[in-house]
Design a protein around this ligand. Sequence first.
Ligand code: HEM
Ligand code: FES
Length: 561
Amino acid sequence: MTDSQASTIEGPAWHRVGPFDDAPDGTLHRVEVEGRAVCVGRVEGAWVAFDDTCTHEECPLSDGELDGRVIVCPCHGSEFDLRTGDVLTPPALDPLPIYDARVVDGALEVRLSPPPAAAEAVHEREDHVPEAVARSATVAGPSLEGLALDDIDLTDLDVWERRVPYDWLTLLRREAPLHWQPERDGRGFWVFTRYDDIVAVSKDFETYSSEVGGTSLQDLTPEEVEARKSMIDTDPPAHTRMRALVNKGFTPRVVNTYEERIRGIARGILAQAFRQDAFDWVEAVASEIPMWVFSEIMGLPVEDRRLIIELGDKILGNTDPEVVGEEYVVERALHDPELRKLPFSSPFSLDLIEYGRRLGEARRREPRDDITTRLVQAEVDGSQLGEHEFGLFFILLTTAGNETTRHTISLGLLDLLEHPDEAARLVADPSLAATAADEILRRAHPVHHFRRTATRDTTVHGRRIRAGDKVTMWYAAGNYDEEKFADPFRLDVGRTPNRHLTFGLGGPHFCLGAHLAKLEVKIWLEEMVPYLERIELAGAPTRLRSNFFNGIKRLPVRVRA
Ligand code: HEM
Ligand code: FES
């Protein structure tokens, strides 16, 4: 019987792909089977076979890393379980095809059908909430009564300073899935609010570029974008190289090694704060945990953390005069040609870049056991991060990582205090901390939106986007899309599945620190359990004046005896 006859009667044929007999664990090889790129890997003394093409953006997994029975993609860090093909860590959404492998007479053979565990796996993929479930929501969304599309102005910071306008975002999602938002001081921008559209825009970097105009709403010249850009403002292939370098510092495996240290930090900070009868949650806890963790993993002296927090606040609070000072508020800074060339148009960014540059230089000279050392030593195709490149990356890390996690911890506490039943559920069953962390991240969406620029004309929802137009994706809206999340306005600490958009799901820029941030929030929740029923609000929160960050500046709390 020939191979092809075997295919029809007994399933796909076995193909000899090599001897590879004395390969050590962790070995990966790319082979071809029936014209398909397949990766074979050595795990615990046996061979496994799976599609070589990552289901996220087609990177070759044979260039990735094996971590036990998990394959980690080299491009954006997606992780797949090699027993079932399940996605363990996004940005990939679709499972990985797993193939049968065996050794016959010392030769490795593969066939293009799944082994039993993969064939039986039920892949959890949340695609759509059935209409009946959508109708049975227990928490009503915001009232849209009397609200018209013309009332919406997403650039009105007075509104964002008071509240997140979920009513506007809901109306847009329902009635104007692609909406044009004019700007007083700009060219205007397109607004995407539906979950699937946000994922599609994130994915399609060829049509929606991060590099052409950068990722913030400001209208900058190409020279200005070029002068200030870091990895987040690049497109593949430049982005792919840079991302592969820095991924090495933030894989779940690397981050998990810090778990106990993060726990110690969270425990110490909470114990210290709860010695007082009343305190500002942001200052005492929410800003401290991420910054201590960042200092620990990057190897910064902890005494510097207040300086870094202060600089980060000024850089990111650039639309809030109370934070940055009238003089440096971004509308004014944008009139200064020199400031326009700096990250966030902020003079304070120079201090952070310089701090990062010096740190990188020190670790190059004297390596230590920290992520900075991993980053400066990382090599892809023989190239490493340059000195200035590391400085710019450092500012991206400090700004992207600290404020966002801080606001999650503040908004998360607020959410739990406003929903005592869900807080009690978590206290009764702390094993819910992992799902609670994702739910808090979904509802906090510390970053409301990111921007892209259209590189070509395209038509979506019957409207014409022209090349050069600014396009925005509003995670704050997509995370409440009733077609994707059952009962979206309900806080459900046990919600699963929960593929929220908080980290920018779908595209190549999926948050590098997603695993770290999630781990910090989960550990904070676990360590918070003994305190949760003793804490109450002592005043209204003060919100950041921003339509980019969902930020809390102050959150007064009281401790009950
Ligand atoms: C709750 C906390 C966090 C939130 C909400 C968040 C959100 C995001 C989002 C939405 C993006 C996508 C940007 C885009 O598509 O243009 C992103 C990218 C990024 N984040 Fe985070 N982030 C968080 C924590 C962190 C942490 C802890 C770090 C690092 C220590 C980090 C580092 C980065 C970096 C470097 C990028 C750029 C990735 C790239 O361009 O490939 N983030 N983040
Ligand atoms: S291509 Fe694999 S994670 Fe993006």
